[in-house]
Design a protein around this ligand. Sequence first.
Ligand code: MLT
Length: 291
Amino acid sequence: MEKIGFRDRQLSVWTKGKGNSILFVHGFPFDHAMWLSVAERLTDKFRVIVPDLRRFGESFDERNDKNSDNKKNGVNERSGEESHAPRAITSMADFADDLADLLEAMKIEKTVICGLSMGGYIGMEFLRRHSDRLAGLILCDTKTVSDSPEAAAGRRKLAQTIFLTGTEPLPDRMIPNLLSKTTVVKSPETVSFLREMILRQRPEGIAAAALGMAERSDTTPLLAICPVPLLTIGGQDDVLSPPDVLKEIAAAAPDGRFVEIADAGHLSPLEKPAEFAAAVAAFLRDGRLFF
Ligand code: MLT
């Protein structure tokens, strides 16, 4: 991993290979490691870039967060009283702008972006804000609609809980919805890998991203005017973003296509990396991309 800096921030980034680039954007609450088995399979032909997003993995920035999060969160600035609610928010726009700045710092004009779930929300925000930098877009196990009021309230509650209790309750709560039953039975090592990845994230980062997702807007209208080829990928057994949702997203774009990954759930790249990488490689090879 290398640290790449811009503005007052730096991201920790795994990068390897030469040629046209593909930037992988992780989901919530994970880090770059969820992509590595896919990324390694593509480095012989492509320049692969896999960051830890702002406040996740090794991109948790003590220096920035001491000023913007911990102090603010610990003490209410106006009343001076102790506050026990997270106040920092990382919006999907913040994440997308970080990625544009990262590309600028790496002197990369255009890239394909491949985002999973929250990474897909960020990919759509990148399309809205930085489409001139996109050569193609891959959305996996995600959706384009915003949260219902109930779902947004659930995220705010989650942010509050994690902020107070830490990450400990998260794996048991989340994993049953993240992996297919086949993966859970046949691949205990994937379950442990996922558990550890979730547990090593910082509560402040998780809370800030949960609050950011709660306020994200509906990006569905952007699909009809998507200026680049779009691939959607869905795990057959994904209960959070079922394959039909991904199929509809592809159908709404002028140049969209959909691939289903058998026996995979919400984390299809982690569960079936060879199949997932093959779908991405075919898109990069044959997708008439705009590099
Ligand atoms: C993810 O995997 O990034 C999450 O499922 C996103 C979400 O909570 O909507």
